[in-house]
Design a protein around this ligand. Sequence first.
Ligand SMILES: [Zn+2]
Length: 393
Amino acid sequence: MNSVVVFVVFSWFGVVGRSSAVEVREKESGAKRSSQCPRITSKEKRAISKIECHKSIHKRVVHREESLHPINMFPTASLILILTLVHLLDAATPGAEFSYSGENGPDHWPGVCNSGQYQSPIDIPKHGHEKAHMEPFVFENYDYTAKGVRLENKPNTVKLEFLANEHEVESTGQVHDLDHSMHVSQGGLDHKFQLAQIHFHWGNTDNEGSEHLLNQVAYPMEMHVVHFNTKYGGHLLDALAEGRGANDTLAVLGFFFKLTNKDNEKLKPIVDGLQFIHEFSSETELKVFPVSDILSEDLSRFYRYTGSLTTPGCNEVVIWTIFEEPIEISERQLRQFRDVSQLHQRMQNNFRPVRPLHKRTVLYVDTSASSMASMSFPLTLISVALALLIAKK
Ligand SMILES: [Zn+2]
């Protein structure tokens, strides 16, 4: 998962505000509509304005929660809370304070990162998972060519954001009209989940890089397609605040990459853009492409489990889907990712080591019709046997 330190903020909101059902109702009554950030057209001002806008959202959320929570009785505590939130939001931009090695490495990530029982990534067991059948995923608007695609050099990853078709606003939050936003449903998901962003994890050698392992084997890269549950709001941050730590707040689709000899032409827009974001905190506009192009061709078989963000604060709010079929990438294309820089070093090995499964179940899901037929075969036999018994009588 991406380095979104603001998630810490919302997990805090989850704790601080969990006791207040009143504020949930207040937000559902439409208060969240006022927390949308305006569309930002100037590329130069976009990053700054977006941060300022999100700061103001946070301040409004803080204000609403303050008025309803006992902490309101302690103005000093409230002030500290606000200042800390602003500090964390600032920290969410350049130079997020975590890394994948050393004193800020995974062994030192705080809180639930180390104490949680539902942490990600995991080693997906070859045996010991349960088979299941679900309806196939329904991807809506993923074949649209977005108005624009932005590739960003973020702390510890590179991230793709999409400007939605027609509305010229970001799919990361400003499109509340599900008819026009990219969203996914079915596939065992109870609601519609809207696309927020896509990012990558990779290694500096070919035998490491993916966050999830498959039977103890790593792939050289893994892509995370991050969605938020629209039942909690029309924006990633709204959903995290409103979800209050619910384990269905986000749905992340994970894709492994495997090396091939020739370039994967469908990755060309992204790979071509990487050379323009070698510098830390840089960004570039990409040649537009439909998101459906860069997903695995076979989306019918996947692993499903409940887990967490894979960066601090490691909030346990994610329905994970890891597709079985990897995406192809050439050595040359993968090298473009490895050449991206971060402050004084190259951005490599940006993956979290696997965490214990504990008591969780991993489902192996096959959504194909043939799977349904094979799973229902024993039931059919029982039905026939019962019918014969009844007929004999
Ligand atoms: Zn990720």
